[in-house]
Design a protein around this ligand. Sequence first.
Ligand SMILES: *Cc1c(COP(=O)(O)O)cnc(C)c1O
Length: 450
Amino acid sequence: MDKRTIARRQFLATSAGVVAATAVAGGRAWADSKAKPAGLAVLGGEPVRKNKSWPAWPYVDDNVVNSIVKTTKSGIWCRIQSPHGTVPTWEIEFAKLVGAKGCVATGSGTQALHTAVEALGIGPGDEVITSPYTDPGTIAAILAARALPVLADLDPESYQIDPVEVEKRITQYTKAIMPVHMMGQPAHMERFLEIAKKHNLKVIEDACQGHLSVYQGKPLGTIGDVGCFSFQTSKTISCGEGGAIVSNNEDLLDRCYTVHNHGTSRRGRTEVAGPKYRMNELEGAILMGQLPTVRERFELRNKNANYLREQLKGFQGLVPQKLYEGTESGAWYLFPMSYHKEHFAGASRATFLKALSAEGVDLSPYISNGLHREPWIENVLGNRVYKELFPKEHLQAYREHTACPNCDRVCDEMAMLWASGPLLGTQEDMREVVDAIMKVYENRNEFAKV
Ligand SMILES: *Cc1c(COP(=O)(O)O)cnc(C)c1O
């Protein structure tokens, strides 16, 4: 049967029983819904969601405000003024929250990653394998240490780096793997740990999107040698700009402290080269103010994400992120899906997003180019430092192997719901997201012509 002509109802009837059961139990075979709006909003019909906003982000309540006031009045505005100030307290609390032995707070996720790279002794002439599909902070941290980021292609369904591609890119210069837990859901850590063991590499988890998410019983950030988090405004725990390093290796954490404190150790000696990356006490105050409620929001995001996944199960037009076995929960920094235009009468993603937006549901294409397609590569390879550190043929081979076709595909297909705000919505909000998608799907032959 031509998949393009399968209507939602047929789709339900022909897919697994469990899907149909869910749809009926949820009262949502929407073709029967009395609220069924007439035509597509983009063509002048009633939108599914009208005059509604999503829960506000970033999260602010009285507790957050009081915490800032308290720190401001205390006069302790810098972490070295007191061992019991807001930042040292946050470090203890955040380590507890993720079940790590300790934590060093920094001014950003990028700073956390750079500190971890330096503290592991990775630097000029070394390579770190990571993802092309990530925040630029991931590679900035490697480049700041004058090491070379090597980008491995993705599993196009999970949006995470593919272990097979990682293994292919190991060279005599490789010192570490930096898996990124993209969208806040776990990367394939079991395989990365195996590969690291086999090749004697360090594992630095970029958990900048992955707060509180659990994989095989372990919170993200505590699985590799070291894990790094971001508390930048958009992240699910946030304070404007902020970051954290966690580990179960106390010596390594001690080195991280030294590096991030302009090379000056807890013992007061200036020991190594290091930037000044200390978290500000007022940033710590915002985080401490959020602490009592972070778990609640994490659970709500998981509940809503599970609902959306359940509703979209078996639907081939918009496919949610593939999760690896062992994923127990996700931070759901974003709720990402792959748009397959062949199931939407061939309409481009831009046309689909426009039609959906008119229904009151905004999805974003997110990253438009993987980092393998950004100009930094030429600038770095042309840089004197790198030209002196690596043989010419090695840099030539590097340049020739930058293609990441699966990443390109992900960039082209991505349609994601910002999770920090929207995923804190009600069940009704989530239902409307699905209704809007299904309305556009059912009318695909109309909007495809727009
Ligand atoms: C946000 C982010 C970073 C960088 O964190 P900042 O706090 O913005 O410096 C790094 N990696 C990933 C995956 C991120 O999402």
